[in-house]
Design a protein around this ligand. Sequence first.
Ligand SMILES: [Zn+2]
Length: 260
Amino acid sequence: MAEVVVRIRNEKGALASCSQAVSDCNVNVLTGFFTAPGRSRTATLSFFADITDAEGGLSDLRRTLQAMDQIQSVEAIAAEDGFMVDKQHFPVQWAGRRGILMRADALNEMLNRLWAVFGTGAATIIDQMAEAMGRHSAKEIVEDFGARFAVDQLDELIGTYSALGYADVSIERGKTSDFPVVVNAKSLFECESNAKQHLHRRSAFFRAHLRGFMSGTFSKAFDVSEVQCLTDGDEVCSFRVALSEAVAPRLPARLSERAP
Ligand SMILES: [Zn+2]
């Protein structure tokens, strides 16, 4: 087993030549990824490989790749006993920023610990923490792409939750494109765990995260309520997302008529 990281010139055909060279060395790619950021001159091909059939071993692969014009650098490390951890891609990138990966179980465990220590007070702590996280993520997206983009691409942006592994998320709209909308979160990590362990009803973390995410995207206050939930026996968790009425009170008809 080996881990190989190849920096390639970010140009057409470079990946194909590199892959062919790897194959010609009888190196069998097991798992990996290729990333070629649009504005970068360098692309990265990174993979774990079985080198059992590679007669020339890693040094042959390294030499072959380094001799190619399109390849800038090659790092290849072999594992002694077949166990390898990817240490070459630190820090982990998420949407161009530093990220960390966490098992869903670990996050659920953190939330459960809060419930155990703070009782009902945990609801406020989780709500505030998750709201801030959601708002922060949305603000970064707005900073990167602009507010108009974020609003126009809301359906795609909500897919961030699927990409992060929180839930398989989609938006259901009424006849108009206005709020309220319903956000369906299938296999939501938080409620799946709660439904199994019979610990809590409905989501605290995701609901607040979604509220923060919407507030950060639209720069308005939102109310989010979970109208269907796995913990209530429903098939999917559904969240009604509406503009907050507390911030924009509706004037009684008579009063608004009198307004100049
Ligand atoms: Zn739920």
